[in-house]
Write a protein that binds this ligand. Structure first.
Ligand code: FAD
Ligand code: SIN
Length: 528
């Protein structure tokens, strides 16, 4: 039997939880479908903190300016203004809801990260900012009577009726069978796709499902070529690529090569706090130059007690792997970290598909342009999660949940003969190809090879989740092939310069050739 609810939110990271709370505060019912346990998300693992204009020597213009510079000419100015101007209000609200940021003598403490002109990063429990967001948002959501949190409910496709998104198909965790749920609006908050790559800081849930679902349903995808690689993931054999926060470099950590030499002066005047794409490429260049597979983060000039208090999670995790961050050099290398591209969304989270809204890392709102400024994404999830919830509510004030079937509806049947899960073999192969050919350094020949390998994989009879995964890999690859310049997170060794005539966004839509849009109108309402 099909289910009905007023609104569906997919995903329970910062964006999904904030959207659900916004909707529930109006009294409407909202079902939050989430793939794993409710707390599992990229948000849960966020370390460094959240950038917000709250300190005495800061202002919105400075935060906006830093964000625009990082975005390398592709930010949407109105989206950035919305982020920095409204961010302060939403962080204050979060504090009112019980979020505990670190303080000294009662005053909030701000740290510095790369490409920020001020110390404006708030953090919680030293390096567990995301976990504190999740704790306080789940507590708030649990108090809202109309929110139905449904963990372990993997969503696989959107239901589109007469050109409008009216519901989703998901695997019912109790019945262990595919099920449909209908609503007045669907808010996609499934986060990023770091798992597309062999080496990533992201947890296993970050497979980019929402982007693929939206693409198959007909929504436009923007700027998929822009992937951010974090420079300092722990690089130990048989250990996950655990993030060593940029805040460690913000506090004075140095990058050294195999011979103990500090190498960033060779590559950029901003040294260890140059933008992430530059530090990541410098590390790759240094590893090639020295013929090694790792470089080192050196925190040994700092006091052990300071490090243990400032980075408790990192301190403990490294200890598990036999490293003392105060005395050992920490082996690091870059890993995929964040997707700047995603579902093209306006300032209110409206996608180009009526009935479908989106917020957080799954979107491309124009906030990040070609490269995200560190610690801007928790803020983005809060601000645009709330706005997407508000828009979904106001757009649907007069509409009903429609679970009737249209005669013209193109129904994709869920073929579950081969299971619905992401196949380990497909995942492994796609991740390796993405890392080797669509990674930090790209060129035409390797991208063409990657694309044809993905076509081969996609030709097989795949489970829905495997099909979503390989499609997403294709979207990133095609956009990377299309963009014949280097900008932000996208670096082509065959086109190493940034070019003014490429100051444009890539747009991909199902059954349409990849194209560009010089002036994406990110603030145009569409999904009503
Ligand atoms: P997520 O938090 O990733 O949530 C996505 C949700 O969707 C999850 O609940 C997931 O289970 C669910 N989901 C996914 N697929 C499906 C599906 N098919 N069906 C149902 N549910 C699904 N940003 C900062 O601003 N500051 C930081 O300090 C920072 N540190 C970071 C450290 C790490 C290690 C990582 C990985 C990221 C960090 N980031 C940081 C980035 C930031 O955490 C994310 O961009 C942000 O939290 C994304 O929030 P979100 O709500 O969009 O997605
Ligand atoms: C970090 O702590 O280095 C991650 C911050 C971010 O990705 O914004």
């Amino acid at each position: 039997m099909a289910l009905e609810t007023d609104f569906i939110v997919i995903g329970s990271g910062v964006a999904g939880l904030r959207a659900a709370i916004e909707i529930a505060q109006s009294g409407a019912s909202v079902t939050v479908l989430t793939k794993d346990k409710t707390s599992e998300s990229n948000t849960e693992y966020a370390q460094g903190g959240v950038a917000v204009v709250l300190s005495d020597d800061d202002n919105a213009e400075l935060h906006e300016g830093d964000t625009l510079v990082a975005g390398a000419g592709l930010c949407d100015q109105k989206a950035v203004e919305t982020l920095v101007n409204e961010g302060t209000k939403y962080i204050k609200e979060l504090i009112d809801w019980g979020t505990e940021f670190d303080r000294e003598g009662g005053k909030l403490v701000f740290t510095k990260e790369a490409a920020h002109s001020r110390r404006r990063i708030l953090h919680a429990h030293g390096d567990s900012t995301g976990a504190e967001f999740v704790r306080s948002l789940i507590a708030k959501a649990t108090h809202e009577k109309t929110i139905n949190l449904t963990p372990f409910a993997n969503t696989e496709s959107l239901i589109v009726n007469d050109g409008r998104c009216v519901g989703v198909r998901f695997l019912d965790p109790v019945l262990r069978a595919p099920r449909e749920i209908f609503a007045k609006g669907v808010v996609m908050c499934t986060g990023g796709a770091g798992q597309l790559y062999q080496h990533t800081t992201n947890p296993p849930v970050a497979t980019g499902d929402g982007m693929a679902m939206a693409y198959f349903a007909g929504a436009e995808m923007a700027d998929m070529e822009f992937v951010q690689f974090h420079p300092t993931a722990l690089n130990l054999e048989n250990a996950p690529r655990f993030l060593l926060s940029e805040a460690m470099r913000g506090e004075g950590g140095l990058l050294k090569n195999e011979y103990g030499e500090r190498f960033m002066p060779r590559y950029d005047d901003r040294l260890e706090l140059a933008p992430r794409d530059i530090v990541s490429r410098s590390i790759v260049a240094e590893m090639r130059r020295t013929g090694t597979r790792t470089v080192y983060l050196d925190m040994t000039a700092m006091d052990e007690k300071f490090l243990k208090d400032r980075f408790p999670k990192i301190y403990e995790t490294c200890r598990v792997y036999g490293l003392n961050i105060a005395t050992d050099l920490l082996p690091v290398s870059p890993a995929s970290h964040y997707c700047m591209g995603g579902i093209r969304s306006d300032l209110w989270g409206r996608s180009t598909l009526p009935g479908l809204y989106a917020a957080g890392e799954v979107t491309c709102t124009g906030v990040h342009g070609a490269n995200r400024l560190a610690s801007n994404s928790l803020l983005e999830g809060l601000v645009f999660g709330a706005r997407a919830g508000e828009a979904a509510l106001s757009d649907s004030s007069k509409s009903q949940v429609s679970s009737h079937r249209s005669k013209t509806e193109k129904r994709e049947t869920l073929d579950i003969r081969h299971g619905t899960a992401l196949s380990t073999a497909v995942k492994k192969r796609v991740k390796r190809i993405m890392w080797e050919r669509v990674g930090i350094l790209r060129d035409r020949a390797t991208l063409v090879r990657a694309s044809s390998e993905f076509d081969q994989i996609a030709a097989a009879n795949l489970s829905p989740s495997s099909r979503n995964f390989v499609t997403l890999a294709q979207l990133v690859t095609r956009a990377a092939l299309w963009r014949e310049e280097s900008r932000g997170g996208h670096y082509r060794t065959d086109f190493p310069e940034q070019k003014e005539n490429w100051r444009t966004h890539s747009i991909q839509q199902r059954d349409t050739e990849i194209g560009s849009s010089q002036q994406i109108n990110f603030d145009t309402a569409r999904a009503v």
